[in-house]
Design a binder for this molecule. Structure first.
Ligand code: PMP
Length: 437
């Protein structure tokens, strides 16, 4: 049945899409399916006892304030805590640079609302975070991409694009990228910040996983590198007002995603604008949740200890997944080796379509997310879609290792290895038949 509603939607909503991941999750959430599809943190890692204790204490000590409307910028003690956190990353922000958001997903949306005009071109990695594409499609953004490798975004491709096109901003995922699990190397970060500065193009740095490094050395965020650079250029510049990077992160991965709390670090001027945008969206993030998060995180040493436990758990799970893939995946399959975060990325032989084998995998009680949707539709590719050409990333998949136990990981990867082996064998038969013809 056709309803009149389709004709009533604004033009910009025509580009909106529902996240394929959410659609896939619906299929994969049968209880006996081992799912590597979602991006869920381990529920065992949530500080349940501390969260349970917090409300009573908050209501006794702050009265009804935690239940009241509150400033859009966010709860000041929580913003101060973020200032300290950022200082450990080499960033000298003040509270005026911090805006608390309803998850970092809202940060991405607000950034889009404030910066993107219809048709603006965003330079991003391929693959990149689907949620950002989803947020910015609604503002009618267009994309150009640079590929990634083991050292993250291949920054060498960036300058040619900046020379050729007007780019509104560069979207970068510095640590343990969702979906690829890759990290942008220190040298590439320096180069990216320098290029962005030279061509006067801002960077949006989306960094939810920085604290989840369980191996290797911490690498300073683009924000810290840019701050140093801008201070050399203009020592009087304060509050990042000359800065070229907007940074966003979240408590979803270190505390609990259900609290829906993230934050933005930005030049003061941009923070004011984002505050206006947020006022139109939700007035402010939940006062109560902000108080709870602060109450849980403020005791000295709590977060270091808590995050240490998560890192240990995720390292064990990543190790289990890598070892199982080594054992059960057939020859010709490759994967990334993330040093933190929640995901790794698998590349099947060319021609094996990950989307096509998903139903079979689900029948065998294992699930993953096919990689193709993480490749944005680019300006260059527009109008050039050919039925014969395989879509970018057709032979890739994202696997989440944070949400399954070591035993489930072993069993799930064994099942998935079987599904992939069958697909490779079927492809060989097809090729042989074609040659005979
Ligand atoms: N950015 C990236 C790269 C993510 O992976 C996620 C979560 N999947 C988000 C932003 C949004 O997270 P949240 O809204 O829970 O902070």
């Amino acid at each position: 049945m056709t309803t009149p509603w389709r004709r009533r939607y604004a033009k910009r909503t025509q580009q909106m899409m529902s996240s394929i991941i959410r659609e896939i999750l619906k299929i994969t959430q049968q209880p006996d399916v081992i799912s590597f599809a979602g991006g869920l943190p381990a529920p065992e890692s949530f500080p349940v006892a501390e969260i349970a204790r917090a409300p009573q204490h908050i209501l006794e000590t702050t009265g009804t304030r935690s239940l009241q409307y509150s400033p859009t910028e966010g709860y000041l003690p929580l913003r101060k805590l973020i200032v300290e956190k950022m200082a450990r990353f080499g960033v000298t922000a003040s509270e005026d640079n911090i805006l608390i958001t309803t998850g970092s997903q809202q940060a991405l949306d607000l950034i889009g609302k404030v910066l993107i005009d219809p048709g603006d071109v965003i330079l991003c990695e391929a693959p990149t975070y689907l949620g950002a594409l989803q947020a910015w499609m609604a503002y009618e953004a267009q994309y150009v991409t640079v590929p990634t490798d083991a050292d993250g975004m291949q920054v060498d491709f960036v300058e040619a694009i900046l020379k050729k096109r007007k780019i509104k901003f560069i979207y970068a995922l510095p640590n343990f990228q969702n979906p690829g699990g890759t990290t942008i190397s220190g040298a590439r970060r320096e180069k990216l910040v320098a290029l962005a500065d030279r061509y006067n193009v801002p960077i949006i740095e989306d960094d939810p996983y920085a604290e989840l490094r369980f191996e290797g050395e911490h690498i300073p965020p683009l924000l810290a590198l840019d701050e140093k650079r801008q201070q050399l250029k203009d020592p009087d510049c304060e509050h990042f007002d000359c800065g070229n990077v907007i940074y966003t992160s979240t408590f979803s991965k270190t505390l609990a995603p259900g609290l829906r709390l993230g934050w933005i670090v930005a030049p003061r001027e941009v923070t004011f604008k984002l505050v206006q945008a947020k006022q139109g969206a939700d007035l402010h993030s939940s006062t109560f949740d902000q108080y709870v998060a602060y109450e849980v995180m403020s005791p000295e040493g709590f977060m270091a200890n808590h995050v240490g436990k998560i890192q240990k758990m995720y390292k064990e799970r990543r190790d289990a997944m890598l070892a199982a893939m080594e054992k059960f995946f057939p020859a010709g399959v490759q994967w990334t080796r993330p040093q933190g975060g929640l995901f790794l990325w698998v590349t099947l032989p060319v021609g094996i379509n990950a989307t096509a084998i998903l139903p079979e995998a689900v029948m065998d009680k294992v699930a993953f997310v096919p990689g193709a949707p993480f490749f944005p539709p680019t300006i260059e590719a527009r109008g050039k879609t050919s039925k014969k050409k395989l879509p970018a990333g057709h032979n890739t998949m994202r696997l989440n290792f944070s949400n399954a136990s070591v035993e489930e990981i072993n069993l799930g990867i064994e099942r998935l290895g079987g599904v992939i082996a069958k697909a490779i064998a079927a492809q060989k038969i097809r090729i042989r038949r074609k040659r005979k013809k």
